[in-house]
Design a protein around this ligand. Sequence first.
Ligand code: PLP
Length: 431
Amino acid sequence: MAKIYHPETLVLHAGYRADPATNAVAVPIYQTTSYQFASAEHASNLFALKELGNIYTRIMNPTTDVLEKRLAALEGGVAGLVVASGQAASALSIQNLAVTGDNIVSSTDLYGGTWNLFSNTLRQQGIEVRFVDPSDPENFRRATDDKTRAYYAETLPNPKLQVFPIREVAEIGRPLGIPLIVDNTAAPVLARPFDHGAAIIVYSTTKYIGGHGTSIGGAILDSGKFDWAANPGRQPLLNQPDPSYHGVVWVDAVKPLGPIAYILKARTTLLRDLGPAASPFNSFQTLQGLETLPLRIAQHSRNAQKVAEFLTGRGDIERVIYPGLQNGESRRRADTYLSGGYGGLVGFELKQGAEAGRKFIDALKLFYHVANIGDARSLAIHPASTTHSQLSAEEQFATGVSPGYVRLSVGIEHIDDILADLAQALDAAGG
Ligand code: PLP
């Protein structure tokens, strides 16, 4: 199906065609913890990975399975793992390859929560994260040594909103046996990281994929195109016997099943052991949102472009940050990696600084003031005092957060209503 249909069709059809038990057209919520085995032999085959099938909802679930298949098909990948949050997806995507003494190289341009995960929690677990400036892709090579297990970046990181050089960095890693993991949360449909050489995609489905703001969730998607066995010393966790699964060597075990070593290991070891499983109800909710994702992301992008142009025309604004308004190399990357729009996120800085930023936020009537992006409703936040407040001033600067910076996640309401709310709040802020 992935090869034939377009994204608009895949989000409605991939991975499911009527429930085999009831013929239900909507994907049922399989709200069950466990599954009866057909026989003793069936049970032992499932546990031995001779056959894939349902065992226990901490590890897999039929509702979640449809979401995994649908997301993988949408991205042109071979398999997916849906988990309880975007944070869990990011953490597992690294822990699946790196252990104490290993390192990964990551772009500095990250969501604040990922920054904390990388610079504190993973570090405390003995995994070093080396942060590099992505404006020069060669920085990834320079930070690499023989213990580097992965490269990590966000396609469209906020607040800088400078698109990441996916192909350039994937091409540095591939001959070294190092996969590029890309968080595509801010640009689903618009960016297709697998087409440019990324090995793994992670998502916070909480954002645009759900779109309704009801359900936290995350996903890890496997392109199936990265050769984990080409350089066995580089990826020991996939090429050496795994004591946590009766000595299985993952790249060998999956040979009859397809190129799913990475995702199968993540499911059967990390999800099994650490347990951040998605609830079937949240998977169902996320599927409802996913059905309209291509329509919504196009409208988010159209509205955001108009908001960025409107803000640029005001005298009280120091600068506006939006990929559709950038020039030079940033614009080249935006045009190379995004198509069909530049996304729904817009940043701007008021000339009058932090105090005006706070007044602006308090004066908004239509926009919600929340720590979220990608909702169908318009959202706004002042990152320095909220999402990025746990970072030092230096770290805030490195991730692009200045004191007066305001981030908008432009929704899909009528553009005139969005612009009217922004105008009145800017006026109230003293513009
Ligand atoms: N990645 C990005 C780019 C995000 O914006 C977020 C959340 O804001 C996350 C990951 C974490 O996702 P979640 O909140 O679903 O755990």
